[in-house]
Design a protein around this ligand. Structure first.
Ligand code: GLC
Length: 702
């Protein structure tokens, strides 16, 4: 009986521990300093690096338990590659949610919150304290193998998604980990790529989403594999101490990416808090012990390195929660049915209808020929974020379950079958994965099949499942419809099938531009022509010891994504923020409550959205800002706010935005500060970066 009472009390304690307001950072650091005073030099050295690949280090004799961490921004990866499996108790299964970019494509911050909460609950269910996500590196190149794990090309869209993902996740007591800091925008020999980036681009494009996550209370950050302006991020004083902690004000735990650092003296003095995974087999140029013995590092240096990790674990109650080892919160399994709803809703709101000649939604009395190697597949991104999931539903399963229409599956249809088919749905895509870049073009066989289908049958719908843009120029014009479904998760094709047959009205928007040709991209010359893209590159171990590095010049500066294409007057195939619906909308009557904006006085911009179609639907009203007479080269427009609004047919709603003075700012590289110039600014309101329906002007007084 006693045991039961204790365990109930323990549960109540844990529950209240999560419910209590968080301890202030100052108090957490004071407690950390007191703990550090009790640690021996050996214990301090032991705590500079991870344990058993996925544990934060601890000191058992001092009641500092190790804390288990798990991967993946899109659900919990059950990791059987952890060396000592006896130290870990895995859940029976976890939910394979849609890929992170799908969250961005929903343009629905509230859904991002629910998504983060669901993954946070499954992290606790898995006996872990930290989820190694969300990933949020900006989509700079369509070929980057990890775009599926991130949130698209725009810093404001990514920021709204990150802050809500973080608050949702951390509301469960799971700590989020913002990654990968910073400018980790290619997977091509990712450990050896030196991102050469100017200060404006760092501040205006690559750090805002991290800043949003930090301001939302994110507990930890993971540094990136690449070098930034000449030093590996994981051991760079500029990146960690000056930028992350100084400029962005981060107070929590910083960890390296796995096998991403090479010099203990730099690591300890950079502001880094823990080297992961902790089996740095090359203690070079010297181990921490040798450096301390040689007085190249002091015990105080180690104290400084450990403080944020210990303070973070104290502040978020992790030492309490893990004091008896991996906590058992199996009862959270009961939340998994809810998580399936979040997963479905993310796929339903994140799938983007790019083209539709009226063939969609398909009526029940039609016959569907479902073709392509992806018809019976559940596509997902590969690498550390890969979540097994359960009860997987493929396009074929899903379509057959939502329609009485006859669905015939032919991975390799004959020409006669293609000609004869009433409607063809061609399921295609790419297998993106961490550690590789992937070509913008589809595999030859997949490309040829689509071209054949659209040539032989005008009623061909193309369903793309990928983590990035692909080359559609060879068949887009002939396709009757194009749907972009990302990696939709274990039950995401239920949502996509519901869209195809009209049970769901699509409302997704592109979180990145889809260019007509990769040579139009700002990253077109990133990878040497001859280089092979389609296999994992850059074996970490062979490169780890004396990695040769190569420079990636971010010569486009702040002109990433639509900012680039608009500045170069390059018309993309599909613009950022674009997505169709089964109904139609109109935006008009844009107003501003005051034509002068100041630091003290924001303005309110409003516009009337009307559903001019015949069925309920949701539209994303986007607000872009243009400085009319800039003193530095600025993008033609920059997204500063957006709102997703659902309306019944015929209904109208006034959509309002508070526009702040700081929304007009650019980063001044001379003063190293944000600056708002006096003068006129055009505020554009539209339903994509290329579909601007209304404009107003505001001015900043001298
Ligand atoms: C990987 C990834 C990182 C992941 C970590 C642990 O290489 O870059 O995102 O969280 O290592 O698997």
């Amino acid at each position: 009986m006693k045991k039961l009472i204790f365990s109930l009390c323990a549960f109540a304690l844990t529950a209240t521990a999560v419910a209590q307001p968080l301890m202030k950072w100052d108090e957490a650091y004071r407690k950390a300093d007191a703990v550090i005073k009790t640690l021996s030099l050996d214990e301090k050295i032991e705590m500079t690096h991870g344990h058993n690949k996925f544990f934060l280090p601890g000191a058992a004799e001092k009641d500092l338990p190790r804390v288990f961490m798990v991967d993946a921004s899109s659900g919990v990866r059950i990791n059987y590659s952890i060396p000592d499996q006896n130290e870990v108790r895995h859940p029976l299964r976890t939910t394979q949610f849609p890929s992170t970019i799908t969250i961005a494509a929903t343009f629905n911050p509230e859904l991002a919150h629910q998504f983060g909460k669901a993954v946070g609950e499954e992290t606790r269910m898995s006996g872990a304290g930290i989820l190694l996500g969300p990933g949020m590196n900006i989509y700079r190149s369509s070929q980057c193998g990890r775009n599926f794990e991130y949130l698209g090309e725009d810093p404001v869209l990514a920021s709204r998604m990150v802050e809500n993902y973080v608050t949702g996740m951390q509301s469960t007591g799971t700590l989020a980990c913002l990654k990968h800091f910073l400018c980790n925008n290619t997977e091509f020999y990712r450990r050896n790529s030196n991102s050469v980036v100017d200060e404006r681009a760092i501040m205006e494009i690559y750090t805002p989403a991290f800043k949003a996550g930090i301001d939302a209370g994110a507990a930890s950050v993971m540094t990136a594999y690449n070098l930034l302006n000449g030093e590996w991020c994981g051991q760079s004083k500029y990146v960690i101490t000056d930028l992350l902690r100084g400029e962005l004000g981060f107070k929590g735990l910083v960890m390296t990416d796995w096998h991403s650092v090479y010099d203990w003296k730099k690591i300890v003095l950079s502001g880094q808090n823990v080297e992961m995974p902790g089996d740095m087999q090359f203690d070079f140029p010297a181990s921490v012990r040798e450096l301390v013995d040689r007085k190249e590092l002091s015990e105080k240096d180690l104290d400084k390195m450990l403080r944020p990790m210990i303070a973070t674990c104290i502040r978020f109650g992790l030492y309490e929660r893990f004091k008896n080892g991996q906590p058992n919160e199996d009862h959270l399994v009961s939340k998994m049915p809810e998580h399936l709803k979040v997963s479905y809703q993310t796929a339903a709101e994140g799938t983007v209808l790019l083209k539709n000649n009226g063939i969609l939604p398909i009526a029940d009395n039609r016959q569907i020929l479902l073709i392509g190697p992806w018809a019976n597949k559940l596509p997902q991104g590969g690498g550390s974020s890969k979540v097994e999931g359960y009860n997987h539903i493929t396009p074929a399963d899903a379509l057959r379950s939502v329609t009485r229409a006859k669905v015939t599956v032919r991975e390799k249809p004959t020409m006669a079958e293609l000609r004869k088919a009433d409607i063809v749905v061609c399921a295609t895509g790419t297998s993106d994965r961490e550690g590789t870049e992937r070509p913008f073009a589809l595999l030859v066989a997949d490309e040829e099949l689509i071209r054949l289908a659209v040539d032989l049958n005008p009623n061909t719908i193309v369903l793309v499942n990928s983590g990035s843009g692909i080359d559609m120029s060879g068949w887009n014009d002939k396709a009757a419809a194009v749907l972009y479904g990302w990696y939709p998760g274990q039950n995401g094709f239920e949502a996509i099938a519901d869209i195809i047959v009209g049970n769901v009205n699509p409302s997704g928007k592109l979180p990145m531009t889809i260019e007509r040709s990769f040579k139009d991209s700002p990253a077109a010359n990133l990878v040497p022509k001859a280089a092979s893209l389609s296999k994992a590159v850059g074996n970490p171990n062979e490169k780890l010891f004396h990695p040769a590095t190569y420079d990636v010049h971010y010569s486009e500066g702040v002109f990433v994504g639509y900012r680039w294409y608009e500045s170069k007057n390059i018309k993309p195939l599909y613009p950022f923020g674009f997505g169709l619906s089964y109904t139609s909308f109109a935006l008009n009557d844009a107003k501003v409550d005051n034509s002068v904006i100041s630091a003290k006085k924001p303005v309110t911009v409003s516009v009337t959205l009307t559903n001019t179609g015949k069925r309920e639907g949701a539209e994303v009203v986007q607000l872009y800002v243009t400085e009319n007479n800039p003193t530095v080269a600025r993008p033609k427009k920059e997204l500063k706010a957006f709102k997703k609004v659902k309306l019944a047919p015929g209904a109208s709603e006034v959509v309002s935005f508070d526009l702040l003075h700081k929304d007009l700012a650019f980063w001044n590289e001379n003063s190293h500060k944000w600056q708002v110039n006096p003068g006129e600014y055009t505020i554009s309101l539209g339903t994509s970066s290329a579909d601007i329906d209304a404009q107003v002007t505001v001015s900043v007084a001298k």
